[in-house]
Write a protein that binds this ligand. Structure first.
Ligand code: PEP
Ligand code: MN
Length: 263
């Protein structure tokens, strides 16, 4: 069902005035984690000012260590929604437990399924029962075939509003956090009708190459870019090293716009 062979024209996901997959790329930005009302509100204000339509922010964090900040849970989703509503933004957040999906739909416009859960088939099936757009991240070591089959789990249950996002894969290279597989963009666009986005934060983990990587993604045909933004990155409770502060974010947007690939 996710294949071009079954549907030739691009799937466009419409949320209010925002269309994802319609030819005009979108920016999705926001903190790695929702940490406080003030933090997410300030970020939402900065995004609205920059014309970004979608705010991201994790409330259920799949952390490597159980001793690291695990997220604020539903309280975080409430704070995210509050900030999104105040500034007229759409909200996206990761859900890791199928039992949380339905309630989460009251707070977010798009459900994110994270890289670590791309192979969580019960979560995928449950997301397929929703009538809510889903952003599906590529697994840390997932092939194109596995990625598209994961999307098929959702779509085959009746939820056709799925977006794919390349977020870097594990390789031997250590200069970047993961390896951004730019070829995934034209491959997925060719093989599937679903919108394709690129996460330049988790794929590179390096602020100094995020703008060129975003431009490369857009030039390759991406329908959107995700980037992490935080009011005070050194103090962030997760991914402190890779989140852009507001000045860096404005510079990022300026540089990407200057390419003419995004307006
Ligand atoms: C995230 O986007 O918050 C995240 C945890 O990313 P990933 O699942 O790609 O590691
Ligand atoms: Mn993060």
């Amino acid at each position: 069902l996710v294949s071009r062979k079954s549907k030739a024209d691009d799937t466009v996901i419409r949320l209010g005035d925002t269309a994802i997959g319609g030819g005009q790329p979108v920016l999705v930005a926001g903190p790695c984690s929702v940490e406080s009302r003030e933090q997410v509100r300030r970020t939402a204000a900065a995004l609205a000012e920059a014309g970004v339509p979608v705010i991201r922010g994790g409330a259920f964090k799949p952390r490597t260590s159980p001793y690291d900040f695990q997220g604020l849970g539903f309280e975080g989703l409430k704070l995210l929604k509050e900030a999104a509503d105040e500034f007229g933004l759409l909200a996206i957040s990761e859900i890791v437990d199928p039992r949380h999906l339905e309630q989460a739909c009251d707070y977010v416009d798009i459900i994110q399924i994270g890289a670590r859960n791309m192979h969580n088939f019960e979560l995928l099936k449950a997301a397929g029962e929703l009538r809510k757009p889903v952003l599906l991240k590529r697994g840390l070591a997932a092939t194109m075939d596995e990625f598209l089959h994961a999307a098929e789990y959702i779509v085959s249950r009746g939820n056709g509003e799925v977006m794919l996002i390349e977020r870097g894969i594990r390789t031997y290279e250590k200069w970047t956090r993961n390896t951004l597989d730019i070829s995934a963009v034209p491959l997925l666009k060719r093989e599937s009708h679903l919108p394709v986005l690129v996460d330049v934060s988790h794929s590179t983990g390096r602020k100094d190459i995020m703008a060129p990587c975003a431009k490369a993604a857009l030039a390759a045909g991406a329908d959107g870019i995700m980037v992490e933004v935080h009011p005070n990155p050194p103090e962030a409770l997760s991914d402190a090293d890779q989140q852009l502060d507001f000045d860096e974010f404005r510079e990022f947007v300026r540089e990407v716009k200057a390419s003419g690939l995004y307006r």
